[in-house]
Design a protein around this ligand. Structure first.
Ligand SMILES: NC(=O)C1=CN([C@@H]2O[C@H](COP(=O)(O)OP(=O)(O)OC[C@H]3O[C@@H](n4cnc5c(N)ncnc54)[C@H](O)[C@@H]3O)[C@@H](O)[C@H]2O)[C@@H](O)CC1
Ligand SMILES: [K+]
Length: 510
């Protein structure tokens, strides 16, 4: 991805990068004082937009987040809101700007005590933002404890205090916000759980940092959005032919035949020109009866992987998916491994999901060594832990870093699934997805995603974009179907979602 203007809005900045953007803005002539004044002002705008006049307690911490709090308090006071302010720091260690707004505050500065919550209807959480380095302790912790117990509505500045803006981790106790106002761009922690949930509604406001500062940063993280990949999206061409739209091959297992059928149907729906489902002979009739638009190839007993090789001899078969329903019981595991390695050795674009990943739990390196071409792996957390034991959750790495390291280690694009799916490329670029509804967490949903990815790979989209586009469309279809969703609905509602997407991004295309 180049740093084109179109992609600017989906950039995500870590706390460190945000600091650099801030410095670059100051170098470009924007005053730090103006930035803090603007930050406070946009928070007030968002507060007034959401709540009617009520008694407010502004909790200010020792850094610039606290400085923003002083600006907010003063503005709210000027428009007639009852405001009290408590400060957990010392003006002597405040930055010049924060000290300026401390001086400008015309009200009392109360000592930091939970008694202040008694007459409070709204808390402005200006304790810690991007500078948080450890869990809250002492008075700050007691305050958060009391805020949680009393369920007082909170508006957080930048992040709810205690949330790491870069990783979304909660460093200890956090009072969830109803509204979080952040500046310039989102941070990964606004999208990654638990941070995402703790933020409540998120408002991203302009505070006068020039867009051009982004050119000075080497950014590698984006929020998933069609902005990133729509220009590459493979729409059917009028002068096209089904062979121009690729030919996906999906391996179907012997027992759970529903999984790979969903994958094959999804690959068709997303526009693969042709789809062949290759299945062991025992299950062949099931597939042949159930599938209409999808061709079914027979893999003879005991020579399934050799027959699979034969299917792949046809150079038009340009994308392969293995995993959904592939099988792990007894010898099936060995067969699944052989099929995976047969797919990979062709060097063609391959999606590996579910059993294709778990089959290599005992020696993941064999799998990684086999990856010689474009490959997308789509583990959920359980599969990820089996394949990357050194990166699993208990090792305290955040989701972003784990996905990034896994992609580097394996050489594949890694789609680490969940409510906050992360798509990582071996070259370090990462996209966080944010449009998936809870309804998508249902059996078969992953099989559909694998089908969307392989269908896009068949049409020539590069793996990182194919994964991102598929994950986004999967989320959109989930939203379209909503409550009561079952996986079968997903491919069949895709046409509607695609036509909305097409109208929005390609208004002139027929
Ligand atoms: N980046 C930007 O462009 C702008 C940022 N602004 C604000 O500045 C904030 C960042 O300011 P800072 O870098 O000063 O960081 P913070 O205000 O988050 O806090 C930093 C201070 O807290 C201390 N600290 C960290 N964790 C602690 C803990 N658990 N217990 C006690 N003390 C702890 C640090 O030692 C440091 O003194 C942002 O979150 C935002 O609210 C705005 O003022 C305007 C512009
Ligand atoms: K905060």
């Amino acid at each position: 991805m180049e740093h084109t203007h179109k992609q600017y809005s989906s950039f995500l900045l870590t706390a460190n990068e945000m600091g650099k953007a801030d410095q670059a803005a100051v170098m470009a002539g924007v005053s730090a004082m103006d930035l803090m004044a603007a930050a406070g002002k946009v928070v007030v705008d968002a507060v007034v937009n959401r709540w009617s006049k009520r008694s407010v307690l502004v909790l200010c911490g020792p850094g610039n987040n606290g400085g923003d709090g002083f600006v907010v308090a003063q503005h709210l006071r000027l428009i007639g809101w009852p405001v009290r302010l408590a400060f957990l720091g010392s003006v002597d260690t405040f930055s010049t700007e924060a000290a300026h707004f401390y001086q400008a505050w015309q009200g009392e500065v109360d000592t930091f005590s939970t008694d202040l919550l008694d007459q409070t209807e709204l808390v402005i959480d200006a304790m810690f933002g991007a500078g948080l380095s450890r869990p809250l302790e002492g008075k700050a912790r007691d305050m958060v404890d009391a805020m949680i117990a009393r369920k007082i509505p909170v508006c957080a500045i930048d992040v709810p205090s205690g949330v790491d803006g870069t990783t979304g981790a909660a460093l200890g106790l956090v009072a969830p916000a109803e509204l979080t106002v952040t500046f310039f761009r989102k941070k990964p922690g606004h999208l990654l759980f638990p941070g995402r949930e703790l933020c409540g509604e998120l408002v991203v406001a302009d505070i006068g940092i020039p867009e051009a500062v982004l050119d000075e940063l080497t950014l590698q993280t984006w929020e998933n959005s069609p902005e990133l990949w729509y220009e590459n999206y493979p729409w059917p061409r009028l002068d096209g032919h089904k062979f121009h739209r690729g030919h996906a091959v999906v391996y179907g297992g012997e027992t759970l035949t529903g999984a790979s059928r969903l994958t094959a149907r999804s690959a068709m729906r997303i526009g693969a020109g042709l789809v062949t489902l290759a299945a062991p002979i025992k299950a062949w009739t099931v597939y042949a009866t159930a599938l209409t638009g999808v061709m079914v190839a027979k893999l003879e007993l005991s020579q399934e992987s050799e027959d699979f090789d034969m299917v792949l001899l046809d150079p038009r078969h340009n994308a392969i998916a293995v995993g959904p329903g592939a099988g792990l019981a007894g010898f099936e595991s060995i067969r699944t491994r052989k099929i995976v390695l047969a797919a990979l050795v062709t060097g063609r674009a391959t999606v590996l999901d579910a059993d294709a990943l778990s089959a290599f739990a005992s020696d993941p390196q064999t799998l990684f060594d086999g990856i010689v071409g474009p490959c997308v792996m789509t583990p959920h957390e359980g599969e990820f832990a089996r394949l990357f034991p050194s990166l699993n959750q208990s090792h305290a790495e955040d989701k972003l870093s784990r996905a990034r390291l896994a992609a580097k280690q394996s050489g594949a694009v890694v789609v680490l699934k969940g409510a906050d799916t992360v798509i990582a490329s071996p070259n370090g670029r990462v996209i966080i997805n944010s449009n998936a509804p809870a309804e998508l967490a249902t059996g078969g949903s992953g099989d559909v995603l694998a089908g969307f990815i392989v269908g896009l790979l068949a049409q020539g989209l590069e793996p990182f974009y194919a994964a991102a586009a598929a994950v986004w469309l999967h989320g959109e279809v989930g939203n379209e179907v909503g409550v009561g969703l079952i996986a079968e609905d997903l491919p069949d509602h895709l046409p509607k979602v695609l036509s909305v997407f097409k109208r929005q991004y390609f208004p002139t295309k027929k």
